[in-house]
Design a protein around this ligand. Structure first.
Ligand code: AMP
Ligand code: MG
Length: 341
């Protein structure tokens, strides 16, 4: 398949809409990461997303809408707390899980009786949804398991020849995927941390539980509340290990392990003491910068075939840091070294 490269112009948006109406898959920009979109209500179109990504069929997709009014047809009820969160953060990087209406095909919801819905803030994403004339199922536009794409070039690297078109809308502003909250429970439950932090959610609606899978490996035999949580994710080819420590002991640890294939992923301004190749991913106290850069830096290791082991400085898990930490934990397959400072 020849993949068309579209610009974020009126023509590009119209072309994306026409392809989506025909049941094709199109890579689109959003403020979180790039998505791989198809008509959420057309089972064969949604199947094409799973094929292009190599995604396990039990991992449900997020349905993207262009206006709050589109929600009612997709779900059987909107709890008061969800209404409140929508009024605060839609459009924005917040996905909520509802009981699904019959029109949502089971392939979209990964066989679950619930559906995840988001109203993105990116104007081009909303324009494409409007041009398509239907809600769009759109997981991150990476091959399953790889770091999520935050530029059209990342999408091309993973999806060229596998999808009908990719629309270039510049770099994603948030850089990590949306916050996912299950609103079908008595107490809302955070399933995936993202741009809307758990602190913000609690301030808006009171108690919010955090699913154990956010910061810990699922035990054998436990059913994942969010099926995506059980898979290895976001990983470059090199092995990633998280190192939790202050700057000086991090550098001493990495230098002590210097050798063939060893590299560091550290905070801005903490690279001077390192004796191994490094990439920085934002200042230690700047979680927003870390979120914007973490996937690009993870992907970058694949450009250097000599790197086989990356020691990544562990971010704080407060605020937006929890989202960065959650992604790096999965990239590292939960391998964390804790040093005494
Ligand atoms: P992605 O499409 O790559 O942004 O991933 C979507 C995430 O939302 C995955 O972790 C899914 O498992 C999760 N998700 C989507 N729909 C549901 C649902 N109905 N219930 C629980 N988790 C969901
Ligand atoms: Mg994904």
């Amino acid at each position: 398949m020849q993949t068309e490269l579209l610009t974020a112009s009126a023509e590009g948006v119209a072309r994306a809409g026409a392809l989506l109406r025909r049941g094709e898959v199109v890579g689109i920009p959003t403020e979180t990461v790039y998505g791989l979109a198809a008509d959420a209500l057309n089972p064969s179109a949604v199947m094409r997303i799973f094929e292009a990504k190599g995604r396990p069929s039990d991992n449900p997709l997020i349905v993207h809408i262009a206006a709050r009014a589109q929600l009612d047809a997709l779900v059987t009820e909107v709890p008061a707390a969800a209404e409140r969160l929508a009024s605060l953060w839609w459009p924005g990087p917040l996905t909520m899980i509802f009981k699904k209406a019959a029109c949502v095909p089971s392939v979209t919801s990964g066989g679950l009786s619930t559906v995840a819905v988001r109203l993105p803030a990116h104007p081009t994403a909303r324009a494409v949804i409007e041009a398509a004339g239907c809600p769009l199922a759109a997981p991150s536009a990476n091959r399953s398991g790889s770091p999520s794409p935050t530029t059209a070039a990342h999408v091309t690297a993973d999806m060229d020849g596998r999808v009908a078109a990719i629309l270039d809308g510049g770099a994603s502003g948030v850089g990590v995927e949306s916050t996912v909250v299950d609103m079908t429970r008595e107490v809302p439950r955070l399933l995936r941390p993202g741009g809307i932090t758990v602190e913000m959610l609690r301030e808006a609606v009171g108690e919010v539980e955090v699913d154990p899978a956010v910061t810990a490996m699922l035990e054998q035999g436990v059913v994942a509340a969010s099926p995506g949580m059980k898979y290895k994710h976001y990983a470059p080819r090199a092995n990633v290990t998280l190192v939790r420590s202050a700057a000086a002991s991090y550098a001493a640890f990495v230098n002590a392990h210097a050798g063939e294939g060893v590299a560091a992923m550290c905070f801005d301004g903490e690279e001077a003491a390192l004796t191994v190749p490094y990439r920085t991913y934002g200042a230690r106290d700047d979680a927003a910068a870390q979120a914007r850069r973490v996937f690009d830096v993870l992907r970058g290791w694949d450009d250097d075939p000599t790197v086989t082991q990356v020691y990544a400085a562990c971010p704080s898990s407060d605020g937006l840091g929890l989202a960065v930490y959650n992604r790096l934990l999965r990239a590292a397959e939960f391998e964390v070294i804790v040093l005494d400072d």
